[in-house]
Write a new protein. Structure first.
Length: 94
């Protein structure tokens, strides 16, 4: 497994634990689940764009954690759809 992928999985597991969820991961699955809440974790060097929010809507994901933040269109779409955006432990869209 490449180093970047290992770091990403490690970050997913860390965030799942931080948000009191169980790490799931894997293609087509949410990164963590806490009760009925599904979460996605992005360990990207660039802000998350609205395309990720659209996929989250399709997959019924209610929380997205990003290390690098979110673009304005992503924030607007997430707010409209009721998806919680989290950066560095703080909710970005209230």
């Amino acid at each position: 497994m490449p180093s970047k992928q290992k770091k990403g999985i490690r970050y997913e597991k860390f965030q799942a634990k931080k948000h009191r969820g169980k790490h799931i991961g894997g293609p087509g699955k949410p990164d963590y689940k806490r009760g009925k809440i599904k979460g996605e974790v992005k360990n990207w060097s660039r802000p998350v764009h609205s395309g990720v929010i659209k996929k989250a809507i399709e997959r019924n994901i209610k929380e997205i954690v990003s290390k690098s933040g979110f673009t304005k269109p992503a924030k607007d779409l997430a707010k409209k759809e009721g998806i919680k955006l989290i950066k560095q432990g703080k909710i970005v869209n209230k």
